[in-house]
Ligand binder design. Structure first.
Ligand code: HSE
Length: 306
């Protein structure tokens, strides 16, 4: 095989109660990456279409990740990459992660899978860290593993796939503004109260338990955040209104996706999810904010060959 094309999905990180450690892969939105082998050693960009991303090899999350992959493998040839960039950078939907994860996944497949998915997380993270130096692996793990993931950012990014409930759906709204993860993370407080940390431990443990037992009531109770959401809500004028519509209509969660500006709702019924999506769409129109919206399974498939 000399050429491969992959679809690398957008993702929602944090899932409200798991700052930096939880995430899920989205259905429908993703980048398309084509990788071909070259005789020449190194990584080369052939074409980038769609949203603008850096063209310099050292500043592009995909090529930085690919270089990390090649370095470890001691490969004597190289790769040429084309990216159809469909996920807007700064959307809070794992845009930089999709490129980094997709490119190393493609390289691994084209070379007969010399590395495990866990090893690919490490290479992809080298790319992700270009976009935000304190970035966790929540979006990378979501894009690579798919489903719902729990990632340990301290122990070489160990990833655990959690059970994804079949009858929960995610409604995602992306107001077409861009907010850098780097800036957003810089604005967060460096310390949290022990009491808040303790609340959050209960929430995340309960959430994981709710996925294993398919306990929707517990899931709803655990989907709360005491660490970052209060600080971040302030930047998104639309959030309070959308949150109130979403909860009033029966969602089990409405929160910020990653560091925003995108927001997501979790809903336990497909028809209701469609209705909630439509009503939130209408509210964005009323607020005169341009947006894209999506209805996804809660934990879709990860990066794949197409
Ligand atoms: N979890 C990160 C944050 C964003 O909330 O800042 C994505 O890695």
């Amino acid at each position: 095989m000399d050429e491969i094309k992959v679809f690398s999905p957008a993702s929602v990180s944090n899932i409200c109660c798991g700052f930096d450690v939880l995430g899920f892969a989205m259905q429908g939105l993703g980048d398309i990456i084509t990788l071909s082998k070259t005789h020449k050693k190194g990584v080369f960009i052939k074409n980038i279409s769609g949203f603008n991303i850096p063209l310099e090899i050292k500043n592009n999350t995909a090529t930085v990740a690919l270089n990390a992959f090649l370095e470890k493998l001691n490969y004597t040839h190289g790769f040429e990459i084309s990216i159809e960039k469909n996920i807007m950078p700064g959307s809070g939907l794992g845009s930089s992660a999709a490129c980094a994860a997709g490119s190393v996944y493609a390289a691994n497949m084209i070379l007969g899978e010399p590395f495990t998915l866990h090893q690919l997380v490490e290479f992809a993270m080298e790319g992700e860290l270009i976009s935000s130096e304190s970035a966790p692996a929540d979006n990378i793990a979501s894009a690579l593993f798919g489903g719902i993931v729990l990632v340990d950012n301290f122990k070489k990014y160990h990833v655990i796939n959690l059970p994804a409930p079949q009858d929960v759906f995610a409604v995602i709204h992306h107001p077409l503004i861009s907010r850098s993860t780097y800036e957003s993370r810089n604005e967060l407080p460096k310390n949290v109260l022990l009491k808040k940390a303790s609340y959050q431990l209960t929430n995340i443990a309960s959430f994981v338990h709710s996925l294993h037992t398919n306990n929707i009531d517990l899931m709803k109770r655990s989907l709360n955040d005491h660490l970052v959401q209060n600080q971040r809500e302030f930047f998104f004028s639309y959030f309070k209104k959308i949150k109130s519509i979403s909860y009033n209509m029966g969602s089990i969660c409405c929160s910020i996706s990653g560091s925003g500006p995108s927001i997501f709702s979790l809903v336990c019924d497909y028809k209701l999810a469609e209705k909630i999506k439509l009503d939130i769409d209408k509210e964005f129109v009323k607020m005169d904010i341009k947006f894209n919206s999506y209805l996804s399974t809660f934990g879709s498939q990860g990066v794949r060959v197409i």
